[in-house]
Design a protein around this ligand. Sequence first.
Ligand code: SF4
Length: 440
Amino acid sequence: MSRVAISRVLTPPDEDKVFDAVKKAIDKLGGIERFIKPGEKVLIKPNLVSPRPPPVTTDPRVVRAITLLVKEAKAKPIIAESASAMTYWWREGMTTRQVMELLGYIDMARSIGVEITPFDEDGKFRSVKVKIPNGILIKEIEIAELITKVDKIIGVPVLKTSMEGGGITGCIKLMHGVTNTFTDRLRWHRSDLWYKIVDEIRPFRDKYVLCVFDAIKCMEGDGPIHGDPVDMNLIIAGDDPVATDAIAAKIIGYEYPHYEIGPIAIAHVTGLGVGDPANIEVVGEKLENVRRRFRFASCEIVESYFPGVHVIDGATCRTCKAWIKFTLYMLKDTGFFEDLKKMGKKLYFFVGLNTPIPQDLDRIRELMDKGLVIIFGECAVSTTGRELYWVLAQGELRDGVMLIHGCPPFAVSEYAAEIRRKLGLEITEREVEAFKYVPT
Ligand code: SF4
């Protein structure tokens, strides 16, 4: 039977209290020695998806505590992670090392004398190709070379909801970060991502022996980046990534069989772990004493939350909607919607296959008078191209339309900046700071 331990972090949480809670949870599972043998190389992988502090990223104090326990077990800990390619190219424009520096990971590792390494440096990901014999969707994967060289892996996700990643981003989704940031990882961000992230852990599932959720400051709503913080002050550790995700999901309000959390459901039915809480032993704090219903993430775009935004759907998968939402959140952070209201303008997003964009020039002109027309994603661009050719051929109309390629389109900073420019709004220090990377 899989086992998951829950411990409370005494407040206000400091390094010692976090260490005590992490140790308590791992001790309830049988102690670090149950998982790690002397002399083994142990990869400890946090979630550093973006250069933003917890709850967007894993609290370095949790990683510090695990690393110290691994050292006490006379094994060799290596902290490693890659920031996403979106972070590197299209959002904040930062390398993984810069992200680690900014979040305090480099200082933390130095202070306890352990190795910390990005999977990627200088725009190159050190990866190897590995076969996935039982892969449902993918049969080969480019993963960090380090994964093939370590004896054990400990995953340290932060408990947060996720729009695109499947309900929550937990122990399964965390390992998306070991795939090559610049190749597989990008291409796989489509609506079948849930299957792919389960396939991704198959080649090293045997080594993935321990998971420790940082559930100190968590995230609800539109995670994994734009949700709201929730103080839970918990550590949730487990000897099975699927079971640990299942219990974490139950704590925040999801129930078995987890149809809304594809990765848990798929991993459970394909034998990668136990997703049914009825077959998971929970030790430490009682589950019913720590439960708190979170607001879940959603890819749907509601106008009341983004005033003046209209999404005109064709056959659209959730992924394009998620990336429209990432763009809108970036704009929202800068007070854009107040500006839009003052101008009396709208944003019209046409998205998906055969989205019903008006086909006569007068109706398109009418829309453009009211606001900016944005054709978002390859499905919409490819199936509305014939009509748009005639629009874009009219010189004075070009500025009223944005054609955004990609499946899905990732360059959210660029789109946010371009939307402002097209509407005649300045890019001030406020936007540069919020978008971090504004291409010129
Ligand atoms: S371009 Fe089409 S398939 Fe690709 S993410 Fe957008 S809606 Fe989905």
